[in-house]
Ligand binder design. Sequence first.
Ligand SMILES: [Zn+2]
Ligand SMILES: [Zn+2]
Length: 678
Amino acid sequence: MGAFVLSKGKIVSLTITVASPGSREQRTVETGTTGLDLFGTNPDIVAMKVDGEVRDLRAGIADGAEVEAVPAASNDGLHVIRHSAAHITAQAVQRLFPGTQLGIGPAIENGFYYDFRTEKPFTPEDLAAIEKEIKQIVRERQPFLRRVIPDAEAAVEFAAEPFKMELVDLKGKPQDAETAGEVGGNELTVYENMRRDGSVAWRDLCKGPHLPHTGYLKAISLTRTSAAYWRGDQANPQLQRVYGTAWASMDDLKAYQTRLEEAAKRDHRKLGAELDLFSFNDLVGSGLPLFHPKGGIIKRAMEDYVRQAHIDNGFEYVGTPHIAKEDLYYTSGHLPYYGDFMFPPINDEGQAYRLKAMNCPMHNLIYSSRGRSYRELPLRLFEFGTVYRDEKSGVIQGLTRVRSITQDDSHSYCTTEQVADEIRHLLGFVLKLLRDFGLNDFYLELSTRDDGKKKDKFLGTDEQWAVATKTLEEVALASGLDLVADPGGAAFYGPKISVQAKDAIGRTWQMSTIQLDFMQPERFGLEYVAADGSHQQPVMIHSAKFGSIERFLGVLIEHYAGAFPAWLSPVQVLGIPVADEHAEHLEAVAAQLRARGVRVEIDHSDDRFGKKIRNAAKQKVPFVMIAGFEDVAAGAVSFRYRDGSQQNGVPIADAVAQVASWVESRRNDSPTAPESQG
Ligand SMILES: [Zn+2]
Ligand SMILES: [Zn+2]
């Protein structure tokens, strides 16, 4: 269409559409025009989208195509950069260590890796040398050229690469996502990096796309090495994996490295030990946390808060056992589908029991324990149910991914007409809770059914899904928060809204969820007597506010970097006498504070005053209360706050009132000295 055709039938020009955000421009271009002709003068354009598919800038453009530039800093651009960085890293490794065999080298979140079979593991010095070689290859500005090759030819060209040959054999068979990137679908393509003299410097089987040349790689850093098995199987040869990160610019790389450092400082596993909050013990097992007294205080503060909040929001507090007969989970439908996540059965005299992996089946039995009338709906049940999930050791991470999970799990049973109101109610509840804990920046995600090929994997009728999805969407939009679509992300039994909260350094955590369920009311035969006397099935809505106590605590530790708001701090006031003789004075003030419900400790250790102040700072105590001669004489104390500011000579009654009202207010900022005191 639109091509200008000479009388001999030779096409000399093409009509294409060049699209950019907010504009679409029709252009007539010469036959053979490539992305480089369109965008080559801008080094920040690393690839192009042709009719929606990311392609090499070197690729030709067909008549009638719609073309769009892919900027380096976009998700697609970063993927191209990182994939190309993996090739360049592999070339550097083979230049430095001839004979090293290649595994796979995919782009991953924030970077890439490449697996190698080497004589011996890479040392930190090796990594530095590889980085230097990478810089050399970047300076060489080697083009990436794409070529389709027949399998037979690949067999010759990659004869020295047994792992690559294995991938060629796999081509066209079902593969995991990572190996699929290497060889693509039915067509085998190779990307070749060329030297100035036109000879091939390096090649790899890959479906691309890639940067036009190695000089486009502006910011790369190798981060670490690890051992990995070929295709993730321990029976296969062990390989050495080199991880790297690559970005659109040095500024972006530096910002990423700063974020990593900041995240490392906030790591809840590290802070959990330093602040004596929790530990894990091999005798108990991985993913099974032990909460220490100080962690227990925060945990209890969270539990007290959320228990009361549920009651205030119309929930009734219930309790259910930690194990149940296996049949319960067949009734609920969690078995066999959810079997991988549940611990294996416990057999008792021929009866199989399971540790519970979810609370809902038992709540359903509370619902169905007697007849229910429409007058009781919405019926809301809630408990702190500790559930057990057999997470594989590889994914367990501190408190954020554990195997014993205390859910603040609730279930609302309501009529169809009540669904929208109930979701609105739950969303309001959840957002208030997050704000009360100091998380103020969030957006919502709406997970819906995959309406494509996988549609039949989802239970429920088209109408049920359409109505439920529309209801969730309307409530979500009315909240005024940003709503992100997650098509295909729903559980097979219903759509859900999840709240994604951003922490103090901009990382997003999935927190609360509101989940509709078409399956369980049916499977448990739940019903209520409607106003007209007919028997109807209630709609069931699962919701978790914290999600889990463990994970939420992990997120809070990282959000606050351990400097908790005073109301959550395990020690709210730490008294430090300037000399031993001032301790008694502080004890008297402490007694008054305790009477107001404040958690106070006095440092009676033999440490010197300066050391005690430093210890208090390390423990991130919000109020450090000091007393010396002058304070004792004046019937006062002095405060040193977490930010280092100080307020001297505060009369005792004022000091007690100041701390007690700050704690009671549950404000989430840190106390500081009034301006005038400095
Ligand atoms: Zn590649
Ligand atoms: Zn549930």
